[in-house]
Design a protein around this ligand. Sequence first.
Ligand code: F6P
Length: 548
Amino acid sequence: MTSPIHLAAWKALSEHRKEIDATSIQQIFDTQPSRIQDCTINAAGWTLDFSKNRATSKTFSLLTQLAQEAEIESLRDKMFQGERINATENRSVLHTALRASHAQNSLVIDNSNVLAEVRSTLKQMEKFVWQLQSGQWRGYSNKKITDVVSIGIGGSYLGPKVVTEALKPYAQNTISVHYIANIDGSDITEKLKKLNPDTTLFIVSSKSFGTLETLYNANASREWFLRNGGPEEQIHKHFAAVSSNVKKAVEFGISEENIFPMWDWVGGRYSLWSAIGLPIAVSVGMENFRSLLEGAHEMDTHFKTAPLTENLPAIMGLLGIWYCNFYGAQSHVLIPYDHYLRALPAHIQQLDMESNGKANLQDGSHVETDTGPIIWGGSGTNGQHAYHQLLHQGTRLVPVDFIAPLTTHNPVNDHHLQLFANCVSQSQALMVGKTLAQAENELQQSGATKDEIEKIAPHKVIAGNRPSNTLLTNKLTPFTVGSLIALYEHKTFVQGAVWGINSFDQWGVELGKVLGTDIAQRLNSNSDDSELDSSTQALIKAFKDAQA
Ligand code: F6P
């Protein structure tokens, strides 16, 4: 995979960037009467309106050419077929197999049919969820389980947590699901405060069963269980695990039949569709979990079959490249206008930044382009009273994804109408802005003096011409939540493929882990730290002094 800057389309886009500067988004609308029809696509329960972008028909055709020259379709097909496209870890990338349709029976990797394994795991999950929800599963004192605590971090935490929150209207309310991730003892202390050991079951979710935070929290949970009356020989009734490291999970004390498999062909941040999603299923039931998978599968099918010009993940990915590489945009913001999706930006941040925060091409050479942008965001309308100021008047270009369901699970007076009105008006305001003449006129109408107008009007000018996408769905359901997350997975794939990086490894997080172990040893001993830099020495000393 070579650097995309040598592709003809990349060079043409650089030239095109200069000519498009003379045209605003509003002018594009004026010259393209069918703009909204041309720039609206439906897939898997979502409608994407990408009309409010600094992109003409020529831009889109050059971006499509870029995708073709970068051969993203062939890489996509290799991914779906299970080729080892994660070259640095020599692994297939098959999260799509976790949600494959039942029409497909076989996908053989290393002599084993991964689809058979996926389906048998789903059956195992089904039984487990049913036992918990029906009350058949009993704790050591023969009481029903009322609370499930998922212990995991990173991909083994964020995706399931975000989906559990997103699907709260579908919660069966038989079992409360909680998540513990941080090694900060305050997290586990606060979560366990309200729980009883005899009615609590822990799911330790760790692909490796070797992650520091998860092991610490799993051990602390076991201690809490034993300290509060739980018998050692009954631990198996209160602990389950999801891991590819069965040996370590068994050593921890979890019985083999309560260990759900994970595979090396599923990356952590792509794993909510596997048994890592078990807490989701415990919360919303297996039927809804299957519907989540179906939504993701429908987006997979769309991604696999729709032409690039009508392909949601491709269009969103390519527009992102347009802003990132040709406008120098450093970040991308996601703004869901839905309370249940308020944590979605955090999951997409992990998904995108751990995937595309890379500086090496597949062949190991340094990239010649910027890669993954900073992903951030939060729910509307809250953000309007916080960071939207920067979106409207700041010096940086920040492309926006607005995400909104058209109907609400919780009708309260006309709250939903107001919520939606704000979503639409934000994208409108970003595009149209406010001219100096408008600002002056506004001030004049409000009775301001000439001096006041002169002084204040420039501050009220809003440049406009700021790009956004709007994603709409009729209703937030397990299906549409599944397809939405799959959409962002594939958008991330498209960008990584164009940049020529490996979106599926994460070597960057390793150094911090190694150094963390070293510092922990120093904090715990009378170490000679003189070979360390003076800042690190001072920080270690501050900690030791405080403990003393
Ligand atoms: O440190 C990063 C990471 O390896 C993620 O990629 C992964 O999702 C997370 O840690 C947790 O890993 P595990 O599931 O093995 O505990």
